[in-house]
Design a protein around this ligand. Structure first.
Ligand code: ADP
Ligand code: MG
Length: 247
């Protein structure tokens, strides 16, 4: 068994909005590590800082305090161009609202990250990903001709095709029915187990978090708890205990 290495690390991450009386602390000094080939779920009440944390560690938003490393690269040391390259080449994103380009086919959406660089995708990798998301017979359809579940699997394939250091998914099953959710979560799980990906997913569903290797709980911009090898029941119990603690 090989030693796991760190894919993404943040230290002392702080993010604040507004000023004076209206000042909101979205992140209150977060230290966190995401290991390679691990699937982490992030949970917590609405407004607890989940999206802010994800955006800051992904280089989409800049923290006010602290540092982020993707692999050995420290983000605050990068200029705009280097940051743009890093976001395109080393980070994958999946959003609740799919964010596909409506005029492009499924395949064109999947390989879009390469079109932006002029590089060509590794066809073996592309083939594996298309089969893994089970979209082989939908490649020439446009998003409007696909179900929500299929669209989100296109978005996942697009996030994976550059073989990024890490894939961030912010409530990726939020707009899907339970069957499509389950398919998508199984795919994210396989992308870790079979394709060696690193996945960090925000969710508010215990059954979704149970697909992960680890669940982090966020409250008021801080990580307050963790469950390893989570089950849906264990996650639900822990969420209830937080609610009891505040009431
Ligand atoms: P979550 O994803 O857990 O629901 P967010 O990270 O979106 O939480 O938000 C954390 C806190 O920061 C909330 O109080 C939210 O209102 C605030 N916040 C997030 N983005 C902004 C923004 N662009 N301007 C002002 N406040 C924001
Ligand atoms: Mg959010």
């Amino acid at each position: 068994m090989t030693q796991k290495t760190i894919a993404v690390r943040a230290s002392g991450l702080g993010r604040h909005y507004g000023s004076d009386d209206a000042r909101v602390t979205a992140l209150a000094g977060v230290d966190v590590e995401f290991m390679r080939q691990e699937f982490t779920a992030i949970m917590g009440p609405s407004g607890s800082g989940k999206s802010t944390l994800m955006h800051c560690v992904a280089g989409l938003d800049q923290a006010d305090e602290g540092q982020v490393w993707i692999g050995d690269t420290e983000l605050s040391g990068l200029g705009d161009d280097a940051l743009t390259d890093l976001r395109r080449d080393r980070v994958g994103f999946v959003f609740q609202a799919f964010n596909l380009l409506p005029t492009l086919t499924a395949l064109e959406n999947i390989v879009l990250p390469f079109d932006l660089t002029g590089r060509t995708p590794d066809t073996a990798v592309l083939d594996r990903i298309i089969d893994a998301v089970n979209l082989r017979n939908r490649l020439h359809h446009r998003p409007s001709q696909l179900s929500g579940g299929q669209q989100q699997r296109v978005a996942c394939a697009r996030a994976l095709v550059t073989q990024p250091d890490v894939v961030f998914a912010d409530e990726p099953t939020g707009a899907l029915d339970s069957f499509a959710s389950s398919e998508l979560l199984q795919f994210l799980r396989r992308s870790v187990d079979d394709l060696g990906q690193t996945v960090v997913m925000v969710t508010h569903e215990p059954s979704a978090a149970a697909f992960a290797d680890r669940v982090l709980f966020l409250k008021d911009g801080a990580i307050v708890d963790e469950i390893l090898a989570p089950t849906a029941d264990a996650v639900l119990e822990r969420m209830k205990s937080f609610e009891r603690a505040v009431s």
